[in-house]
Every structure is written in structure tokens, then in C-alpha cells.
Design a protein around this ligand. Structure first.
Ligand code: ADP
Length: 334
């Protein structure tokens, strides 16, 4: 399932960096988020003060890191990047916070995976631009308050629901990133094709966009694979037929479902008769962590109208049966 995994793979980061939009007006789609953000930035620039802290929630590959970089660029501010799992001890965070310069943008990816002590330190830093450094252990421990430079925190999470309320409440603005429309992905593809010097006819862009799982990262990846295929098999000409053939070869289906998506659907239909079935049972059936199924596969299946989350569990819709070419039982949902 590598090809359509929304996580970056291998040496992909360098290529991604080259394809990243640098300014807000180059950022495609997410119209509402872009407009809200541009207001926040504009007013901060006018007041000559760092803007409120920004939380971005949305699945992998939808542009959270890109937006964090754009925020810093638009503010003309330096950017420091880290991630929740890297902040295991409060000291890890203190080391970063105490060396921030005025107006710096601090990006914390996967902020929901930060440790509890780091999280508590962050509350104070976000609110009062202060950290309490604890010196010593046990009854003799004292805490020394330390002022830090006013900064802007940009947090990214694939699971906003997991953030403790006190943390969520300290963000002035939350950007909800959703899957992209096919037309928006076509624009992403045309822009990337231009940067990669690939000639991409409109119908080929559409074919790739439709199979990109609503995700720019996947669109860019499929474009590169289609280009490789075209270079070897068709003298570099990316016709729609070549695009479709390449994507079939890589097992991306016509709706962009990847192997995990299909495995989840397949288990739901064949093993559990279309549901309802609980998330963890379903995850065991496909040999994945519940979090992977919940964050990666389900949102897209829900968006495609193939799966529904109900209070009693996950349920397949009528289209799911059709998609796998199966006949639904007479009493099935949907
Ligand atoms: P996330 O941090 O949400 O996982 P990234 O910001 O790393 O996602 O984006 C992944 C790739 O997709 C980047 O290479 C970026 O160029 C591309 N991308 C994401 N959003 C957009 C967009 N709105 N317009 C153009 N390219 C985008």
C-alpha cells in the first residue's frame, strides 16, 4: 500500500520540498482556511504583533506542514519545526522555547502525541510566554520562572478530538483541512507537472486527480509514477490511456481506493456481512492498528459514501457492495 499511503516515504521529502507552494496565494484549495488565515496574518502584520496560535487538523498529506511554512514566510518570521513524539520530556520543549526569538513560528507536528509534562509546560508558554524550569527533585525541587519571547505556535494534528480541552482552547484559530476536490487536485497536478517539466494533457490530469484519494501528496506521487511509466513505455507522452494503465499497474483503483481501503471494505463486507462492527475488531481483521484504520482509511471511505460510522459500529453502504462487485444481503444498511 506504499503508493497511496498518505505518509511521505523514503527520499520523497526532498521532492516534496521542491513542490511545496511557498506563499498563501500559491496554495491550492482549502478556500475557507486560506481566507481565514490570510485575515489572521494580515491583522497581525498591521498590529506588528505575532498572530494567535494556530491549530491545523486534518489527515496526512493535506498540506499542514506546507501551511505552517507559508505562515512563517508570510510573516517574514523564522520557523522552528519539531513534533509531538520528539518532545518526550518537558526539558526537550524547554530547550526549544527558551531559545525562540521574538515573533518566531514554532511548528509542532503530531501535537496530540506530546507527553503530558511537555503539554503542561506548553500551556503556560502559549498563554503567558513563560516557562517554569524545575530544578532539583523531590521536596527540595524549586521552579524558576523564565520569560520567553512572544512566538506563534502552529500545531498540527490528524486527530483534533484527542487534544485535551485546555490545549485546544489556547489556540486562537483552528483550521480544519478536508480532502481536496478533484478539480483542485487537477490544479495541484498541473502546477507540479510544470515544476517537473512533464507535459500533462488535461484528460490525464483528470484521470490522476480522480485516483488521488483527495490528497495532494498522493497526487504528486502518482504523477511521478505515471511520468516514469510514460518515459519507459511511451516516450514520455502522458496520455490518459498511459496514465490509466500506469495507475492500474500500481493497483490504484478508479476511485483512488488503496489496498488498505479495499482491505477494510472487504473485511467489513465478507467477514462481518456489512456490519455493524467495532473499530478494533475491524482493525484486527485487516492486521492494522485501530488508529491507522481510523485516521487513514475510514475518513476517505466515509467521504466516498462507502462506509458509515454509527453508534453501534462501522457499517457498509449499498455503494460499498457495488464497489466490490458483491450483492448486499436484503436487510443491509444503506
Ligand atoms: P501534511 O503536513 O498535512 O502531511 P504536507 O504539507 O507535507 O502535508 O503536504 C504534502 C505534499 O503535498 C507537499 O509536497 C505539498 O507540496 C503538497 N501540497 C499539499 N497541499 C497543497 C496545496 N494546497 N497546493 C499544492 N500542493 C500541496
Amino acid at each position: 500500500r506504499d503508493l497511496v499511503s498518505p505518509e511521505p516515504e523514503g527520499d520523497e521529502r526532498a521532492i516534496e520540498a521542491a513542490l511545496r507552494p511557498r506563499r498563501l496565494d500559491e496554495f491550492i484549495g482549502q478556500g475557507r482556511v486560506r481566507e481565514q488565515l490570510s485575515l489572521v496574518l494580515e491583522s497581525a502584520l498591521r498590529r506588528n504583533r505575532p498572530p494567535d496560535h494556530v491549530l491545523m487538523s486534518g489527515g496526512p498529506g493535506l498540506g499542514k506542514t506546507t501551511l505552517a511554512m507559508i505562515i512563517a514566510a508570510e510573516l517574514g518570521a523564522p520557523l522552528r519545526m519539531t513534533s509531538g513524539p520528539a518532545l518526550e520530556r518537558a526539558g526537550d520543549l524547554a530547550a526549544i522555547l527558551s531559545t525562540l526569538t521574538e515573533g518566531e513560528v514554532l511548528f509542532i507536528d503530531e501535537i496530540h502525541r506530546m507527553s503530558r509534562p511537555a503539554e503542561e509546560m506548553l500551556y503556560l508558554a502559549m498563554e503567558d510566554f513563560r516557562v517554569d524550569i524545575v530544578v532539583g527533585k523531590g521536596p527540595g525541587a524549586t521552579s524558576i520562572p523564565l520569560d520567553i519571547a512572544p512566538f506563534t505556535l502552529v500545531g498540527a494534528t490528524t486527530r483534533a478530538g484527542l487534544l485535551p480541552a485546555p490545549l485546544r482552547d489556547r489556540f486562537g484559530f483552528t483550521a480544519h483541512m478536508d480532502f481536496y476536490e478533484v478539480a483542485e487536485l487537477e490544479l495541484v497536478l498541473r502546477r507540479s507537472a510544470r515544476l517537473l517539466s512533464v507535459e500533462l494533457p488535461d484528460d490525464s490530469a483528470l484521470e490522476i486527480a480522480r485516483r488521488s484519494r483527495g490528497t495532494p501528496r498522493i497526487a504528486n506521487r502518482l504523477l511521478r509514477r505515471v511520468r516514469d511509466f510514460a518515459e519507459v513505455r511511451a516516450e514520455g507522452v502522458v496520455t490518459r490511456e498511459i496514465a490509466a494503465a500506469a495507475l492500474n499497474l500500481y493497483e490504484v483503483d478508479a476511485e483512488g481506493l488503496d489496498r488498505l481501503d479495499r482491505a477494510v471494505l472487504d473485511a467489513l463486507l465478507r467477514k462481518f456481512g456489512g456490519g455493524p462492527v467495532g473499530l478494533s475488531t475491524l482493525a484486527v481483521a485487516v492486521g492494522e492498528e485501530p488508529e491507522t484504520v481510523e485516521v487513514v482509511a475510514e475518513p476517505f471511505l466515509v467521504r466516498q459514501g462507502l462506509l458509515a460510522r454509527t453508534p453501534r459500529g462501522r457499517v457498509a453502504t449499498a455503494s460499498a457492495w457495488a464497489h466490490l462487485g458483491l450483492t448486499p444481503p436484503p436487510d443491509s444498511f444503506g
